[in-house]
Design a protein around this ligand. Structure first.
Ligand SMILES: N[C@@H](CCC(=O)N[C@@H](CS)C(=O)NCC(=O)O)C(=O)O
Length: 241
């Protein structure tokens, strides 16, 4: 069935997350892409826990956000959603087939090569920071991140964007993934990556997307959250020295 490009767009996002996750929830990538291509959207906000209920699982089988609804099309997976946005409206993909393929290549590189060790780091130093297996895992994770970042920096070289002088959906994903560890100082050995993330996140579309995500956190934490967060953050501090 053809998609009506002008059909309304609705995404899902959380109405509350812990402070450490604010500005990192993956609906930001979708908001950013929509801002880049100039498409308005509305947001269906979920309270914590609602993502696991049947009506949301009908949209997202893994019980997560984001999802994206555009006319009759419902999508999950931020990468697939950003690609759909980039393929539907101009602004995030070059016009030539080779350039489009390379943008897709960088989207996969971000999600499938660079993000996994970065997420392992987040899991070990945050979500599973209190678990006994996290500390022994850290050196191996750190080595893999170091390797990936050095390789990414080597490829970026003096380029403005990964495929040259044009920002694409590939950069949107690479910058989204790299900025996860920017505040931990892991990019600091590579000033080119630091500058790349700064360049990407200075884009007006990113600033609007981030402001809108942050403005959407109007909900309340689940009961018992404070004690849980205090335990996690203390364990994180102990792990990271
Ligand atoms: N690969 C998925 C990952 C989605 C994901 O990890 N979503 C997180 C927020 S960033 C979530 O909904 N977590 C809550 C949960 O798993 O219950 C995507 O890129 O869309």
């Amino acid at each position: 069935m053809p998609i009506d490009d002008d059909a309304p767009i609705e995404i899902t996002a959380f109405d509350w997350v812990p402070d450490f996750a604010k500005g990192q929830v993956r609906d930001l990538r979708v908001r950013w892409a929509l801002e880049e291509v100039g498409r308005p959207y509305r947001v269906r906000y979920l309270a914590q826990g609602q993502q696991k209920q049947a009506d949301h699982r009908a949209r997202q089988p893994f019980g997560q956000v984001p999802t994206f609804q555009h006319g009759d099309l419902t999508l999950f997976e931020s990468g697939a959603i950003v690609f759909h946005i980039a393929a539907t409206w101009p602004g995030l993909l070059p016009a030539d087939a080779a350039g489009r393929a390379r943008a897709l290549e960088w989207m996969f590189a971000a999600l499938n090569t660079v993000e996994p060790p970065i997420m392992d780091h987040a899991v070990a130093t945050l979500f599973e920071a209190t678990e006994p297996w996290s500390k022994p895992r850290l050196p191996a994770i750190a080595t893999r991140i170091k390797e990936r970042l050095a390789e990414a920096a080597a490829r970026l070289g003096p380029r403005e964007w990964f495929d040259g002088d044009r920002f694409t959906a590939g950069d949107l994903m690479m910058a989204s993934v790299l900025r996860i560890v920017a505040d931990d100082g892991l990019l600091d050995p590579h000033p080119a990556l630091v500058a790349y993330v700064e360049r990407a996140t200075a884009r007006p579309a990113f600033r609007r997307a981030l402001a809108d995500q942050l403005a959407g956190f109007t909900g309340a934490p689940p009961p018992g959250f404070d004690a849980w967060e205090r335990r996690l953050l203390a364990a994180r501090r102990a792990l990271l020295g």
